[in-house]
Structures are given as C-alpha cells and as structure tokens.
Ligand binder design. Structure first.
Ligand code: S3P
Length: 388
C-alpha cells in the first residue's frame, strides 16, 4: 500500500502551469492513426500507463509504433489487416483501450482475446459487446466482463439507442462502423465527450454528429499530424485548489476545453468561482493540428462558493471530475445535490462510495444516494486517514 501525507497549503496557489497531455485524446489519436493510410505523428502523447497500454496493444497487432520523447509516430495499416497477436491483448487497467479496441477489431478477420488486470476484469464490457454483436460480430464475454473473445468479420450498420451516455461505447460503435456495410448510428441519453467524432472528421471519415447522436459509414482515414492538448481532468484538481485557497491566482495553459468535456469549468463558475477561459482557438476547425479540439488557458481566482445541483444531463461532461465537485461542495454555502452519476460506481473503483467514505473521514457532511450524493456546506475539513 502506498501512503501519501498531505498537509494544508502554506499559502496561495499562484502562477501559470501546464498539465500532462489529454489521455482520452491520446488513446483516440493512436488507435485512429493505426487504422489510417500513411504515417501519423502525435505530438505530446500522454505519459499515462493507460495510454501506454493502447500502444502496446497496437504493437501486438503488428502496428509499427515508435515512441521518442513525448512524441509517437505510427505507420497506419490502411487497407492491410492487423497481424494475429501471439497472446491475449493486455489492456492492463484501461477501459478505454479495451472498449475502443473491441470496436476497432470487430470488423476485421481476426480472432483476439482482450484482457486486463483484475480491476479491469470487474468492469462491464457487455455495454460494448451487445451492440457489436448486433452489428454481426462474434463476441463473447465472461458474464458481461473481460476477457472479451472476438472473432471479427463482416459487420452491418445498426441504429443503436444506447442506454448509457458513454463515450467509450459510442466510440466502439463508430470505429466498428468504419468497417461495416451501410450506416452505423447511435443516440445516447445525454451527450458524452465527442473526441472520437472530432478526430474522425479531422482524418476525413464520413461522419456526421451532433449533441447526443453520431453516425458513420465505411471509409478510409488519412494520417494526421496532431498535437494533444493538456488534460482538463489533470488541470481540474489544481483549478479546484486555486478556487479554494485565499489569494490564489492560477492559470493552466494549453488545456483542452471541448464543451462536451468541460462541464467542470461550468460548475465551478456556477458555484461562484472566478473562472476565465482565455486565448482560445475558438474558431477551431477539423484540420488545424489539434484534432479539431478547442484549447485555451484557464485562469481561476477564489471567491466565496455557493452550492449547486448536478443531474444526469450534465454528468457525462464532467464524469471524471464529479468527486472534485464533492470536495468543492464541502466549502460551499448550502446543500449541493449530485444525482444521475450511478456510472461512477463502475469506474476503476466505486467512486461514489470512495468519495463519501473519504470525505466523511475528514469531517464533511455528506450523504450517499444510489446515483450520487448530497453535501451540506460549508464545513471545515480536518486531517485524517482517507483510503483512496
Ligand atoms: C473516457 C470516457 C469516460 C471516462 C473515462 C475516459 C473516454 O468513460 O470516465 O475516464 O476516453 O472515452 P465512459 O465512456 O465509461 O463514461
């Protein structure tokens, strides 16, 4: 067990900083580059273990992936098929790798097994296996979980009303749709992050999309030269700390602010924090070198915070930042209600239970709900043990 000891900050958090490159966009850049015609260059690939797992899965399929410093160069397969991997494809702890690769491989004449570490093998994979099977893939799970056995082949497009708002499910279907006959369409209850749609468009795929819907037809992808923006999920804890620490004035530069992903910034603003989104490339277009992603500098200064409410319609745009909203709520005046985030129980850990137990141990007034939590604020948190 790793133990980290955290003490209260001695002063404000001020200055400008960068954060590591975006994980979600890095996974997509690598997978789409592997499917494209020609050589793609990805500048500033995420150093996260999950994104390394995607590269090693691609290498196991015979893709020429070269990593030098922060950059990754990938020779796309184009019309060529992947090579049969010698072993099961190990997605380690990465749900994004497993779900997106299941989609990318479903329409290819190849037998593969996708597996991962025990934590990943506990997470639901039927949410991608079911729609892929409806497209004609022969796909088996272990009672809805990994290992996922896939015997890929000819697929046909479907019109799928996804019961979950999940970018991983949506992306798996869009990737499968690139190899299917006809059109593959998906709607989701509430819009999830659209990084896949933007990058597919940047690579010339026949894709159409709008809030909560996307459709794609079979088509070739062109190689790209793309720079990955900073990860808003990595910026969020720093921005939250700056919003709480008196006297702070923090700017995170070059961070991705895609609206389908930036719900956290909107909530921070709504809670009263002084949030400025500066120097954006707001007129972003598909071929601009950022994979069609808006990038900005985000500046935060503290002000007294007030409570807020979050429901299922907003949840996907900030799904990984919801625990931080729980922390902010402990310092906000009033009752903050977060509902419609039951999917957080199916992440790497049950993030609702972990948050409630952890914050309570530090003195927060927080109640658990099946699909979220309620925080009464403000309370002063005190040091204590917290199992992360
Ligand atoms: C991700 C989508 C989200 C998110 C995860 C990364 C992605 O998961 O929580 O960290 O890269 O598509 P879901 O699609 O399961 O909501």
């Amino acid at each position: 067990m790793t133990v980290a000891e955290v003490r209260p900050a001695a002063g404000p958090l001020s200055g400008a900083t960068r954060v590591p490159p975006d994980k979600s966009i890095s996974h997509r850049a690598a997978i789409l580059a592997a499917l494209a015609d020609g050589t793609s260059r990805i500048r500033g690939y995420s150093p996260a273990g999950d994104c390394a797992a995607t590269l090693s899965v691609l290498r196991a399929l015979g893709v020429d992936v070269r990593r030098g410093g922060d950059d990754v160069t990938i020779e796309g397969q184009g019309d060529r098929e992947f090579s049969p991997p010698p072993d099961a494809l190990d997605c380690e702890r990465s749900g994004t790798t497993m779900r997106l690769m299941a989609g990318a491989l479903a329409g290819r004449p190849l037998r593969v097994v996708l597996t991962g570490d025990p934590q990943l093998r506990r997470r639901p994979m039927d949410r991608v296996a079911d729609p892929l099977a409806r497209m004609g893939a022969r796909i088996e799970t272990d009672d809805g979980r990994a290992p996922v056995e896939l015997d890929g082949g000819q697929l046909h497009g479907i019109d799928y009303a996804s019961p979950v708002s999940s970018a991983q499910v949506k992306s798996a279907l869009l990737l499968a749709g690139l190899r299917a006959s006809g059109t593959t369409s998906l709607t989701e209850p509430h819009p999830s992050r659209d990084h896949t749609e933007r990058m597919l468009a940047a690579m010339g795929a026949p894709i159409e999309s709008g809030p909560g819907r996307a459709s794609v037809r079979a088509g070739a992808l062109s190689a790209v030269d793309v720079t990955i923006p900073g990860d808003l999920s990595s910026a969020a804890p720093l921005l939250a700390a700056a919003a709480l620490l008196p006297g702070s004035d923090l700017t995170v530069t070059g961070v991705g602010v895609n609206p389908t992903r930036a719900g956290f910034l909107r909530v921070l603003q709504r809670m009263g924090a002084d949030v400025q989104v500066l120097s954006t490339n707001a007129d972003v277009s598909a071929g601009d070198g950022a994979g069609g992603e808006p990038v900005a500098d985000v500046r935060v200064r503290p002000t007294p915070l007030r409570s807020t409410a979050i429901d299922a319609s907003e949840a996907p745009s900030m799904i990984d930042e919801v625990p931080l909203i729980g922390v902010l709520a402990t310092r906000a005046e009033g009752r903050t209600q977060v509902r419609g985030v039951a999917d957080l129980r199916m992440k790497e850990s049950d993030r609702i239970a972990a948050l409630v137990t952890g914050l309570r141990a530090l003195g927060a007034r927080i109640e658990e709900a099946p699909d979220g939590f309620v925080v009464e604020g403000p309370t002063r948190l005190a040091g204590g043990p917290c199992d992360a």
